[in-house]
Design a protein around this ligand. Structure first.
Ligand code: TNX
Length: 526
């Protein structure tokens, strides 16, 4: 039996409860641990309430550093189109009031490292802290992914812009997480490359390797050898008009990437894959005759003239000009599929080119074949096909970038019905691209030997941005997770659900993606 006294205690309790609910009606209970973040963070601690992003908020950055102000501006610009909020960026030296976002750099270094971050969301404040500015950019991507998907819309949407509360602590497993774009077989202009950079940024990729020259086209202006682009850049696979980046345009791409803490690695492929150069300058050929421009898709038929001294003057000029406009530490020299360069020529050529790269204070990267040469300290081998080459590299103490064609090649078709792409290495469905561990993929190559992973997109069959997106999505988020999240945190059955939820984000970002049947797409279930 309930007594009157118990009854009034009960009523008082009910009253307090109601008042509580009403006073924080804004703070809808939400579970941060249920959010679909890709790549998967190291740790998420949920506190089961919410923060509401509202008109009038500011982004505060701790201290006066211009770099932090720029990151604040980047965040403000990212949130503007869909919320319609004019967000001010202000510097401060103390924690701001309720409703704001606070970006800080730690006073002393913590376990977060170069790219780690800690995101703390309370009912009152979003604070993002990192040891280094790059960590803030990575953390901002997490913040975007825990906002409603329509935050990515290019037009103003209705809120509420609720974010689940809690703490995310996060840092990458590998320091190098790359993507490659072949702009030689088909040329892609500056705007396409910038869009590609934006899509990479969203998944915390930190390297864009540009394949700038091949048989079909030379795509970067070299002022001391102008015909490379005026002639060598004038066509592409299929005979279209091709194109190239002026050095100013290239610098613009580099700057755009830099603002997102992505490095650009330029590749000049040699001694093979050089027909565009050989067609532009007769003197680069052993017989002194220029070749014809090439618009087909064969590989392995061209070579620079290894015995001519002029070849090395050419390489030195190209690398010198490229190094001067490339702030990142690497220059990629290709070195793959030089089928018409005898090994006794190939080895001294690579050795000499390596010295040229070093003389311009850059680190050389080459496809796995370069391991036949004598690698200097710090040179990097990019494994794509032959495990024995990669092992040769490791035996010379080189670090390896893992790009196994059977897992990471974005030009490989998903299955036999895919319209674009090739399948010489494999058909690569979304699960296959995700289910592998770089550190155990090649026997004899362990985590200590590995710099990171990279997913290349060759474009013999890819002609426009829509097609790039179709081949890249949804495999790229998986590669990003393989590079960022530790192997024991990765599980396909759990990942595919998170990926399925990104469909709404792909839609808001306007991404043309392949709707693999293996993924439970959330926009199919509505
Ligand atoms: C092999 S991967 C190549 C490229 C082709 C690609 C097509 C590599 C280092 N060389 O020249 O575009 O296959 O998938």
């Amino acid at each position: 039996m309930i007594t009157i006294k118990q009854n009034s205690v009960f009523l008082a309790f009910l009253f307090i409860l109601m008042a509580g609910i009403m006073s924080c009606k804004e703070n809808v209970p939400m579970d941060l641990a249920q959010e679909s973040i890709i790549p998967k963070p190291v740790s998420i601690m949920a506190t089961n309430s919410s923060f509401k992003l509202e008109e009038g908020l500011s982004i505060y950055v701790k201290g006066e550093a211009e770099e932090l102000n720029q990151i604040g501006q980047y965040l403000a610009k990212t949130l503007k189109p869909s919320t319609g909020f004019e967000i001010e960026v202000q510097s401060t030296d103390k924690e701001p009031g309720a409703g704001n976002i606070y970006l800080t750099i730690s006073d002393s270094e913590t376990e977060l490292g170069e790219e780690g971050y800690e995101l703390i969301v309370t009912e009152n404040l979003i604070s993002l802290n990192a040891d280094k500015p790059a960590g803030l950019i990575r953390g901002i991507q997490t913040l975007r992914q825990i906002l409603p998907p329509k935050i990515e819309s290019t037009t103003v949407e209705q809120g509420p812009w609720l974010i689940a509360t809690g703490t995310i602590t996060d840092y990458p497993d590998y320091s190098y997480r790359g993507a490659m774009l072949d702009v030689s077989r088909h040329f892609f202009g500056v705007d396409d490359v910038k869009r590609y950079i934006d899509l990479l940024t969203y998944y915390k990729i930190n390297v864009l390797h540009l394949h700038l020259s091949d048989d079909q086209g030379w795509r970067i202006e070299i002022k001391s050898w102008p015909n490379l682009t005026t002639h060598g850049g004038s066509t592409q696979v299929g005979g279209g008009e091709g194109g190239y980046y002026t050095q100013e345009q290239y610098k613009d791409i580099v700057k755009y990437a830099q603002e997102r803490y992505i490095i650009i690695i330029p590749e000049i492929d040699m001694p093979g894959h050089t027909n565009a150069a050989l067609a532009s300058y007769p003197e680069l050929n052993c017989d002194g005759k220029a070749t014809e421009l090439y618009t087909g898709t064969e590989v392995g038929f061209s070579t620079l003239c290894i015995k001519k001294e002029l070849t090395y003057k050419f390489v030195d000029d190209v690398i010198r000009e490229l190094a001067a406009i490339t702030p990142g530490p690497y220059i990629h020299i290709g070195g793959d599929e030089s089928h018409v360069t005898p090994m006794e020529d190939y080895i001294p050529f690579i050795n000499r080119v390596q010295d040229i790269v070093l003389s311009h204070n850059k680190i050389m990267i080459g496809w796995d074949e370069v391991a036949h040469a004598s690698l200097k300290q710090n040179s990097v081998v990019q494994f794509w096909a032959k495990t024995e080459n990669a092992i040769k590299g490791v035996n010379q103490s080189a670090k390896v970038i893992m790009s196994p064609a059977v897992k990471t090649y974005l030009d490989m078709q998903y299955d036999s019905t895919t319209t674009f792409g090739l399948h010489w290495a494999a058909y690569i469905e979304v699960d296959s691209a995700y289910i592998w561990d770089p550190a155990t993929f090649v026997e004899g190559i362990t985590k200590e030997n590995i710099l990171g992973i990279e997913a290349p997109l060759w474009t013999e069959t890819i002609t426009k941005m829509d097609e790039i997106e179709y081949m890249v999505f949804p495999r790229l988020p998986g590669h990003a997770e393989v590079g960022w999240s530790a192997p024991d945190a990765r599980d396909w059955d759990e990942y595919k659900i998170r990926l399925g939820k990104h469909a709404e984000r792909f839609d808001a970002l306007g991404i043309n993606y392949y709707k693999s049947k293996l993924v439970p797409w959330v926009n199919d279930q509505e």
